[in-house]
Design a protein around this ligand. Structure first.
Ligand SMILES: NC(=O)c1ccc[n+]([C@@H]2O[C@H](COP(=O)([O-])OP(=O)(O)OC[C@H]3O[C@@H](n4cnc5c(N)ncnc54)[C@H](O)[C@@H]3O)[C@@H](O)[C@H]2O)c1
Length: 322
């Protein structure tokens, strides 16, 4: 998709699992993209990508960077994910909640036109209908989920009150050939990565665990398509998006069918299993489909076929680096 306008875009938390893939897509569309993160430029970033050190918990740093580069759009990805957030809830609050408030304030003060936010299935708590529609009581059990609910509500407030064009997707667990960043859905990518790296993987969940999942290219495309959609077409700011909802056993079977030498076993970790059990097993994404034409391209087996060569390359990279 070629944009009609070349936008100047800042991505926060750009050094993580989503960031570099998203930046590649946005640059491929012809946009001027600036990456930022609390970490230094990661090895995988294009050498000509402008990179800025930005800690989203620091409002003065945000103010200075927005003043310097004057982005028209921001993709705000910086966050501590669910499992890491449960080990450091105070830091998760600072990065996810205060950090998102700081970014919204920066958008207001510097006239940033559009803010894309990455919410999550972790905003949902237990006991919801399946598939879960967009509009339900949001009663998450984790600090990560609580801060993401707050981000959704703050974004809607800044839209109403200050006209910041806030848009968000609720991502399922994302699977890609990248070492995952401390999410509770990490067992899925690790089945592929550890399976290929060491021939076996012991998943930290029960085999019957079922949560919504998505292959990363679909997730990246969703975010880019929502960003490009004319606002008049959107009936809301925050959208569920869905692809497939396999059990952990079904993911293991898909891996072991493609790689018969790999063995995947299960040893549930009570803390992470409790988080998984609090999440919905399927999402209703009919509003995203109707409003901006969302549709996933990959199911589980299509993802496995596409992912395995990418994971093989990652495993080779890890082996040469160590
Ligand atoms: N990966 C998934 O399965 C998934 C699922 C649902 C939602 N999301 C959301 O998508 C976004 C990107 O996730 P990801 O998988 O790339 O996560 P990740 O953990 O791989 O990357 C997050 C990045 O944020 C950075 N960060 C941490 N603290 C920061 C700070 N104070 N200031 C600036 N940057 C900071 C980290 O250095 C890291 O590079 C997050 O908002 C996440 O909540 C991801």
């Amino acid at each position: 998709m070629i944009p009609t306008h070349r936008m100047k875009i800042l991505v926060t938390g750009a050094g993580g699992q989503v960031g570099l893939d998203l930046i590649r897509r946005l640059r491929g569309q012809g946009h001027e993209v600036h990456g930022s993160d609390v970490i230094e430029r990661p090895a995988g970033a294009d050498s000509d990508l402008p990179w800025h050190r930005l800690d989203v918990t620091d409002p003065a740093m945000i103010d200075a960077l927005l003043g310097e580069i004057k982005p028209e759009w921001i993709f705000h990805l910086a966050a501590l994910l669910s499992a890491r957030g449960e080990t450091r809830p105070q830091l998760a609050y600072a990065v996810n909640q205060t950090g998102t408030f700081n970014i919204l304030e920066g958008c207001r003060a510097h006239g940033v036109e559009r803010l894309l936010f990455t919410s999550t299935i972790a905003v949902f708590g237990p006991g919801l209908p399946s598939p879960v529609p967009d509009e339900v009581p949001l009663l998450p059990t984790t600090m990560y989920g609580i801060t993401k609910v707050s981000g959704e509500l703050l974004g809607a407030y800044y839209h109403r009150r200050y006209g910041v064009d806030f848009r968000a997707v609720r991502f399922p667990g994302l699977i890609s050939a990248t070492l995952p960043g401390g999410g509770t859905s990490d067992y899925a990518p690790l089945m592929y990565i550890e399976g290929l790296r060491s021939g076996s993987y012991e998943a930290f969940c029960r085999p019957d665990t079922r949560i919504p999942m998505m292959y990363m290219p679909d997730g990246i495309r969703a975010l880019a398509e929502l960003a490009a959609c004319p606002r008049e077409q959107l009936s809301r700011s925050v959208y569920n998006i869905a692809a497939f909802s396999p059990t952990a056993q079904e993911i293991a079977d898909s891996v072991m069918q493609a790689l018969p030498e790999v063995s995947i076993t299960f040893a549930p970790d009570p803390a992470r299993q409790a988080i998984l059990d609090s999440w919905p097993d399927a999402l209703d994404d009919s509003l995203a489909r109707a409003d901006w034409g969302w549709s996933p391209e990959y199911d589980l087996d299509q993802m496995t076929a596409a992912l395995l060569p990418e994971v093989k390359a990652l495993v080779r990279e890890i082996a040469t680096a160590t």
